[in-house]
Write a protein of this length. Sequence first.
Length: 227
Amino acid sequence: MTMDLNCDMGELDDAAHEAALMEFITSANIACGGHAGDEATMERTARLARSRGVRIGAHPSYPDRANFGRLEIALTEADIETTVRQQIERLEAVVQKVGGRIEHVKPHGALYNVAAREAGVARAIGRAVQAWNREATLFGLLGSRSLDVWRAMGLTVAAEAFADRRYEPDGSLRPRQFADALITDPHEAAAQAFRFAREGKAQTICVHGDTPGAVGILKACRAALTE
């Protein structure tokens, strides 16, 4: 069985850290200006991905850099559709310049979590992707409403699980305001990644690039999934 290992990138002003992360992943979700990132970080990350043979994805969010896109903000579905498409196209212009292409889209932070429970928000994201490139794959939370909505729209989806996050009983991610929301122990994260892979329900597993010890976590997860 093949398992994709992805990481949210282009969010930190630390080229060495991002280069280290890139060694262990198969897909990179690149911030495209909504919550983080600019043309320089997009190009740096896209070039890194190209040099390592890592698939490139867009990582759009609520347009809220002040809160890193991790707070829900009041936008109409039309506004969500517009900002998601604009962010993807902004990244696409950079990726094309370095000779690459965007293969998937993964919403970030609060937008991801709201789409997982609210069909209207999921549809707005789906419409943005349809208008841009309906052949792209959408990453969404394993077992969530967003995946059902996107499938019904005729879009390709990948169910995503997280190695470095704890879950609530209903399958949602434990909110970050709780001290135990993150898994920072590499062995625990690797065990969770292996469990998701063994269950066979997820197609991609994420480790966040800004999780403390992310490089070590990714290394452990890569080893567990490979071995």
